[in-house]
Design a protein around this ligand. Structure first.
Ligand code: PFF
Length: 449
């Protein structure tokens, strides 16, 4: 089967695809707004620590299981051990991961659709298509459904083309564009009055917040969401790596790219909030805290762009192109989870599997749009606050306990004997077996109580 499966053609292809999965709305929207409302650099510090001591080892667990098993999440987990009990446990965790991936994509595609709408809106204004601009600026069911449908169709089309021609080719095109747009926007924002105050709010830590359990839970959830952990996306991307690629190094590079991108996005968003304030736009809630979440993206920033005249329309276009691209490269990794299961377990062709899985997920998205108040936030918190960390624990347990230590070590050092003299080699197998799952659980229990 190994020869029939897709494979990334190069290390850089894998890196851009995995970074494409990791870098998404969570980095450009989630991280900066959480930092803004949680003590600036205090949040950044806790986030960075958790990303490297919890999320990186958990990422390594997924990549290692994936490359060892060379299969989709359900087959990989249920065939790690010959024991019938462990097979059943693997099946259950695999189905859990698949389900959470499906539900994350169902809300993620809705938000991606909003980004697309915000992108089309200034484009329609620039082209003087007033009717289109008004419709796309409305909050109607038809707008949300259509925009979500377009993002879902793009995701399906890319995934239908396979690992090298689809995932890798598109990530390689889109990720550099993403970074350039981000840098260009930061350059522009720093020419505006107020930006330096934003930089200060971001980089001067409010140390009183450091031990706050709510801050620690938010930072852990953010780290897991941002690195796309627990749901089998990194496992399946790991399964498309070549035997001789250096896993610990690639995993570290993905973690660095992801945290680096989140940090850089903070250099745009926080200064932009303070530029908006300097221009008289209200950026504080009635309780005196900074506006975060959707209001920041859909009210404060558009108000700022409006204030900037013609340049503002171009900036809005660039910003929402940035958001749409970031969302798309993450969405494709989520769709790959059910598609790889359908292709490998049900012998479906890839295009059929992509259309079918994408179609079912789009139906769930429609249901959420229709019953928005009841479903949207519930789906987000069930999948990201509970699902991802708990599945992350399960995957560490599978890597640490079910995969034999020798198999684990052999997979890690494949083609790279030099890894055997690294600190990572000595510590990680023990760490992923005992410390990482306990730390995730303790953080989780402490903070959900
Ligand atoms: N990591 C993505 C982001 O930060 O926006 C979101 C995500 C993608 C979460 C893929 C989970 C996943 F499996």
């Amino acid at each position: 089967m190994a020869t029939e499966r897709g494979q990334f053609s190069s290390k850089i292809g894998f890196l851009l695809a995995a970074a494409g999965s990791a870098v998404g709305l969570g980095n450009i929207w989630g991280f900066p707004t959480q930092a803004a409302s949680n003590g600036g650099a205090a949040f950044l510090l806790v986030y960075l620590i958790l990303a490297f001591i919890l999320a990186y080892p958990a990422l390594m667990a997924e990549l290692t299981i994936g490359r060892y098993a060379r299969a989709n999440v359900i087959t990989a987990l249920s065939e790690l051990s010959p024991s019938p009990l462990l097979k059943r446990a693997g099946l259950a965790v695999g189905i859990g991961a698949l389900t959470v991936a499906v539900f994350i994509l169902s809300f993620y595609a809705i938000v991606a659709g909003w980004m697309l709408a915000e992108f089309i809106s200034p484009a329609a204004q620039l082209l003087q298509l007033d009717g289109l601009a008004r419709w796309v600026g409305s909050q109607s069911f038809s707008r949300n459904a259509l925009m979500c449908g377009v993002m879902s169709a793009l995701t399906i089309m890319i995934i239908a083309r396979g690992v090298e021609q689809g995932i890798e080719a598109w990530s390689t095109r889109l990720m550099p564009a993403l970074f350039l747009i981000l840098l260009g926007m930061i350059g522009y924002v720093f020419t505006q009055a107020g930006a330096l105050a934003g930089l200060r709010a971001y980089l001067v830590p409010d140390l009183t917040r450091l031990g706050d359990p709510a801050l620690i839970l938010s930072a852990m959830g953010q780290a897991f969401f941002s690195l796309s952990l627990g749901v089998g996306t990194m496992l399946i991307y790991g399964s498309y790596l070549r035997d001789t690629d250096n896993l610990p190094r690639l995993g570290a590079a993905v973690t660095l790219l992801d945290t680096g991108f989140a940090f850089t996005a903070g250099l745009l968003i926080l200064p932009a909030i303070y530029v908006a304030q300097a221009q008289g736009i209200s950026v504080f809630n009635t309780e005196g805290t900074l506006i975060a979440g959707p209001d920041l993206i859909f009210q404060v920033l558009p108000a700022l762009f409006d204030n900037m005249g013609a340049a503002g329309s171009w900036l809005a276009l660039a910003f929402f192109a940035l958001m749409s691209i970031a969302a798309l490269t993450s969405a494709i990794s989520l769709l790959e989870v059910p598609v790889s299961v359908a292709v490998e377990r049900c012998s479906m062709s890839r295009p059929t599997a992509a259309l079918l899985s994408g179609g079912v997920i789009f139906m769930i998205s429609l249901l959420i749009i229709w019953q928005f108040d009841a479903l949207f936030n519930t789906v987000i918190s069930l999948t990201t606050v509970y699902g991802q960390p708990l599945l992350g624990v399960a995957l560490c347990v599978f890597a640490g306990w079910v995969l034999h230590r020798n198999q684990l070590l052999k997979e890690l050092s494949n083609g790279h004997p030099e890894i055997e003299s690294t600190f990572f080699w000595r510590v990680w197998p023990f760490y992923v077996k005992f410390i990482c799952p306990s730390l995730i659980l303790i953080t989780f229990v402490q903070s959900v109580r």
